[in-house]
Each structure stands twice: as structure tokens, then as C-alpha cells.
Design a protein around this ligand. Structure first.
Ligand code: NOJ
Length: 443
């Protein structure tokens, strides 16, 4: 295929604080909802926790060297709120600030552009004790946190992602209880959904009010949903709800100030006068994260009667059981661009995550993850096809730079282009990293 990626196309890799750092209670770091959730028995596969994770907190220089040696020019990482402000509001921690300050300087010294994710799901437990995202005050807590980070790092970091995958945090964390903080009620979902959406737009405005020239966006899941049984009306309705939960419950308020009708009716007084205007914002870019397509089924025991359904047989899958269908990715990107008129609004898309879990082992010092190479080349091909159909895509980040803690599934899934041996903490670049280096150098 003829190369259509422009010279300044952004190629990078991504991680998140809780998934790699470890040092969960070192140097004055406060407890987060993920620390708490993992320490409660039965929440995480095999009882895994992020207490040590990849020990990136101590091995960050080695990790940055690996990025540099493999010519990765952009690196997306997240900041743990509890390292900077251990109780969520109030005093900051000098040690936490130093850690990220050194990390950022270390990237700049190595010619790597830092992309900060402000929030990747690890709310301070002290704020959860006050209701967390179900409390409308969360919007003010979050604005204060954003302002603190921009004051600290806005001189050195230009590219900011306000919030990571609000859909997963609201539904899996507040509607199903599979993720921290572990709630599974309609009302907790609705409150968290609305306060998170408000926080994204308000967080954007806070950052821009301090440093108008920053490039500030936010990252969203984007995926198609299909009925488990297309001849079953209840499954078809569940599929519509599933699409809203993952996509339009976040994009619609951002672009139109209103929720899809089904949710808008349920909001009641959670939504206050004037909120429609506050929800809307033209971000500087939309971060898109795509992995999978979801099949949906009617379920009486889950909120909105929606749950994950059986997948059809015969479609290739990753080791996580996620479907490999690059065409879906292409269609979703074109839909997003057309449906919300991104070209007219002059809002670009950056793919801030895409990747696959394959558990290939290290043999004789090498990890030959051919399946990941096939996956990445297929999905990057889909990006290319979407660009040809005018989707304004500016960049692509592989998830993940290294194997890490995959939330409720602990260490069972390996998404990295670098292998991590959790016994020795040894890092081994996989074949896919070398492939990515080579590919991006040519493109
Ligand atoms: C999206 C999340 O942002 C990331 O934390 C997670 O590991 C990947 N998806 C894979 O599930």
C-alpha cells in the first residue's frame, strides 16, 4: 500500500501509572481506589495487585533508555493523582512531584515527547470516601488537580490527555462493579457518568485557561456493538444500549450537550440547569482507543438489562478472546469523523491506544510475537484506510510499551511490545517492538 502517513504523523507507545509503577505506598503516596480494590480479596484474578507491577517507579531510567534505543519519539504515560496530592485535595507531595519531574526531563533529554494522561482511573481513596465521582464536588476536585499539574509541568509538556476511557471507568467501575471502586447500581453509574463528563470539559477549560497554547484532548473508547442474536428484539435493544454506554454517552454530551434519549430521561436532577452548556467543548483533539467489538445480550441482572453476549465462532481472536477485525476499526473511525463533523470543527483524532494481548514467551532471550506484528499491521492499515476516507487522524500509540497489570485480569494478559519477567523485572524487547521501530522509521 502506498504510504499516506504525513511526515509529522505521531507514532508512540503508551502506559498508565497504576499498571506499571508499583511503589504503591512509597515516599508519601496516598492510597488510590485501585490500591484499595486490589487489596480486597476476590476482586482481581489470582489475587494480583499493582503493588509492585513492573517496578517502573525504580526502573524508569532503564525504561526511557529502551524507548530511546528503539526510536520511540512519543510516549504517553499517566500521573498518579495520589503521588502528587496524596489526599486528593490539599497538600502536594514533593517526592511525587520530583518523580514525574525527573521522568519528564528524562524524556526530553532523550528526545522523546511526553504525553501526559491526567487521569487513568486511580482516584484518591480519600475522595472516594467522600463519594468519589458520584459526588458533584468531584468536578471541583478534578479542576484543582488539573490546575496543579499544568502549573507544575505545563512549561515542559505540550500534549495532554485529560481523562482515559470514561466509559470503562463509569460502567465497569460504577455500573457493573468489575473495576474499582466496585459499584453496580444504575444511580451510581448515572452520577459518575455525568460528573466525569463535566470534569472532562471543565478540566480542558482549566488547562487552557492557564496555558492557552497547550494541546489538550481526552481519550475515549470507540467500538461497534452487535447483538448476540439478531433475531431477538431484546438483544437488539441491549445492543443499542451497549453502543450508548461505550460511545455516545460520552461523545454526545461533549459535542451536543445532551445524552442519548434513554439516558437523558434517567438523569433527573443529577443534571442541573446550565449543565448542557458545561458538557460541551471543542477539544484540541479526540483520543480514540479501540480493541474489540462487543456482542450484547439482554440480562435482567445488570443495569439497563445489558450484558456481554456470546461472540460468533470463526472470527480470529487475541489470547484475551478479543476479536481481530481491523475493518471494524476503520468503520468506527469514519463514523466518528462523519457523525460529529470533525473536519468541519477542525478537531483531529489521535489513536491514543490500540494493541493486543498475546502471551508469547521469551525463548533464548527472544520473544517472537508474530501475531502481534500481524495485528498491528492490520490495524495500522485500517487507520490508513480511514485517513483516505477523510478521517482527520494525526497519530497512533501502541498499547502498551510493556507488559503490565491488566486491571481485573491482573498479570494474565500481556499487551506489551516489551516483555516483562515479573520475577526478575527483566525487560526483553519483543519482535513487534523492532517491527514498530522499523515501520515508523519508514513512515
Ligand atoms: C484501555 C485502558 O486504557 C488500558 O488501561 C488497558 O490496559 C487497555 N485498554 C487494555 O485493556
Amino acid at each position: 500500500m502506498k504510504n499516506i502517513f504525513p511526515k509529522d504523523f505521531i507514532w508512540g507507545t503508551a502506559t498508565a501509572a497504576y499498571q506499571i509503577e508499583g511503589a504503591w505506598n512509597k515516599d508519601g503516596k496516598g492510597e488510590s481506589i485501585w490500591d484499595r480494590f486490589c487489596h480486597e480479596e476476590g476482586n482481581i484474578l489470582n489475587g494480583d495487585t499493582g503493588d509492585v507491577a513492573c517496578d517502573h517507579y525504580h526502573k524508569w531510567e532503564e525504561d526511557l533508555d529502551l524507548l530511546k534505543d528503539n526510536n520511540i519519539k512519543h510516549y504517553r504515560f499517566s500521573i498518579a493523582w495520589t503521588r502528587i496530592i496524596p489526599n486528593g485535595t490539599g497538600d502536594t507531595s514533593a517526592a511525587g512531584i520530583d518523580f514525574y519531574s525527573n521522568l519528564i526531563d528524562g524524556m526530553i533529554e532523550r528526545g522523546i515527547t511526553p504525553w501526559i494522561t491526567v487521569y487513568h482511573w486511580d482516584l484518591p481513596q480519600a475522595l472516594q470516601d467522600k463519594g468519589g465521582w458520584t459526588n458533584r464536588e468531584s468536578v471541583e476536585w478534578f479542576k484543582n488537580y488539573v490546575a496543579t499539574l499544568v502549573d507544575l509541568f505545563g512549561d515542559r509538556v505540550n500534549d495532554w490527555i485529560i481523562f482515559n476511557e470514561p466509559s470503562v471507568h463509569s460502567w465497569l467501575g460504577h455500573g457493573l462493579g468489575f473495576h474499582a471502586p466496585g459499584f453496580n447500581e444504575e444511580s451510581t453509574y448515572l452520577k459518575a457518568l455525568h460528573h466525569i463528563n463535566l470534569s472532562i470539559a471543565e478540566g480542558y477549560r482549566t488547562a487552557k485557561s492557564i496555558r492557552p497554547n497547550l494541546n489538550v484532548g481526552s481519550s475515549y473508547t470507540l467500538l461497534p456493538t452487535y447483538p448476540e442474536n439478531e433475531n431477538n428484539d431484546e438483544d437488539v435493544t441491549a445492543t443499542k444500549r451497549m453502543f450508548e454506554i461505550w460511545n455516545t454517552n460520552h461523545f454526545d454530551p461533549l459535542f451536543t450537550g445532551a445524552y442519548p434519549a434513554f439516558i437523558q430521561e434517567k438523569m433527573g436532577n443529577i443534571m442541573q440547569d446550565g449543565d448542557d452548556a458545561k458538557l460541551q467543548e471543542n477539544l484540541d483533539f479526540i483520543g480514540v482507543q479501540h480493541y474489540n467489538a462487543l456482542h450484547s445480550t439482554h440480562s435482567e441482572s445488570h443495569i439497563f438489562n445489558v450484558f456481554f453476549g456470546e461472540k460468533p465462532k470463526g472470527i480470529p481472536q487475541t489470547d484475551y478472546g478479543w476479536m481481530i477485525q481491523p475493518d471494524d476499526f476503520e468503520k468506527c473511525l469514519v463514523w466518528l469523523s462523519d457523525h460529529y463533523d470533525l473536519n468541519k470543527k477542525n478537531i483531529p483524532i489521535v489513536i491514543t491506544e490500540n494493541g493486543a494481548a498475546f502471551t508469547d514467551p521469551v525463548v533464548d532471550g527472544a520473544c517472537n510475537d508474530e501475531r502481534r506484528i500481524d495485528y498491528l499491521s492490520g490495524y495500522i492499515g485500517a487507520v490508513e484506510k480511514a485517513i483516505k476516507q477523510s478521517a482527520p487522524i494525526q497519530g497512533y500509540f501502541v498499547w502498551s510499551f510493556m507488559d503490565n497489570f491488566e486491571w481485573a485480569d491482573g498479570y494474565s494478559q500481556r499487551f506489551g511490545v516489551v516483555h516483562v519477567d515479573y520475577d526478575t523485572m527483566k525487560r526483553t524487547p519483543k519482535k513487534s517492538l523492532l517491527w514498530f521501530k522499523d515501520f515508523t522509521e519508514k513512515h
